[in-house]
Design a binder for this molecule. Sequence first.
Ligand SMILES: Cc1ncc(C[n+]2csc(CCOP(=O)(O)OP(=O)(O)O)c2C)c(N)n1
Ligand SMILES: [Mg+2]
Length: 450
Amino acid sequence: MFKSCLFRVLSFQRSFRLLANDRYVRPSIARCSSSKLSTSEAKVNTNNDRPQFPGSRSEWTQKLAFTRNTDYDGIPVYRVMNRDGSIIDESQDPNLGEAKITKIYKGMTLLNTMDRVLYESQRQGRISFYMTSFGEEGTHFGSAAALNDDDLVFGQYREGGVIMWRGFNLQQVMDQCYGNIDGNDKGRQMPVHYGDKNLHFVTISSTLATQMPQAVGAAYHFKRQANGKVVICYFGEGASSEGDAHAALNFAATLDCPIIFFCRNNGYAISTPTHEQYRGDGIAGRGSGYGIASIRVDGNDTLAVYNVTAAARNYCIEESKPVLIEAMTYRIGHHSTSDDSSAYRSVDEVRYWHQQDHPISRLRKYMELKGLWDDAKEKEWKEESRRQVLQAFVAAEKKPKPNVIEMFTDVYNEMPDNLRSQYNDLKAHLKVYKEHYPIKNFNELTEELC
Ligand SMILES: Cc1ncc(C[n+]2csc(CCOP(=O)(O)OP(=O)(O)O)c2C)c(N)n1
Ligand SMILES: [Mg+2]
């Protein structure tokens, strides 16, 4: 019964319903639960005796059997394209049109080029830290393109493509990563911790899963406002082991919040592989336990990610309920510039994903099959995108760092005495020991310390 339920997936929208609360519930039970007896009726009606525990929707059984996750197959992985970029079922092709699909493809490749340049610049000591998104570009752009631009985004940290899709341009990215005077966080964040109020993208805090309950709070507010917006909350399969993830999922379910939980399951949490991270059916498998409609998607199939996110958005709005998407992908790069993944995984494993199942090459093949892209366009765009990246990179490197006073401002409307005295101490220290610091890199500091 479990299997037949699971495989009656007629479309991805239908699958949401199957994978919601009633996924593991036999249809007869689901039907009976609507005719639940009141407590007084239960006492007299012995013919239709059912458990009356609060919150229960089960039947009695005399069979002693554990329910094990191995008793049923895993939730299937929804996809639209084969690995060679051909459409499997024409009815699932979103046919986004030349302009939109080209924008998605250009965004994915631009992110990839930018990642290469910024990764190298960290290796050369020019920026302090970096995280690439190699292999996960499809999850960023497929999901971002299916949302409205004023839906609110809470990211984890590896979602640079989402904010770029919203309009955060290369110069803004580079200025943030360089922590220079034009970075919109005034140099106060680590690189890749982007955020932009105007783009409805909440600033990244890499303390894992803290964004999840916050995102639910925002979604609850949206629900009370009935403003037709949704929240999307990105997180990794590793972050899903945090207590905050549980709190967020359960609050979202019980408060019926319009939020899309978007898990990027990229196989690793730094060095911890998924088989050490969980024993159940991944992250989507947890959804029914919380009463959240859930779906698993091939995260390297950008069109499939687009379809499930668009369907999830509709579901959130129409039902005023949360959705859980688990996008299966692979982290091709190291976790960050502080990691060397050759210590815990083989080069062959990485090569497989890079060469055989990459979201960029798959989307490119799809576009070529449709006559929307070719070698000449690829060559031209490769040169142009690299030029754009390097131009922004060079400009960002030349700009000074914000003045040190920016460490003390914006905490309070008016700087209180304790912060003022710390700032004065710092300046006095710098005045005495300025030859030990790169003073000239900081805006107007040299003059101030004279
Ligand atoms: C609360 C907390 N614990 C530990 C860390 C250290 N840490 C940073 S990233 C990371 C792995 C997260 O993996 P995952 O959620 O799968 O995301 P991915 O890096 O794979 O995108 C860990 C353990 C942290 N930032 N916050
Ligand atoms: Mg991960």
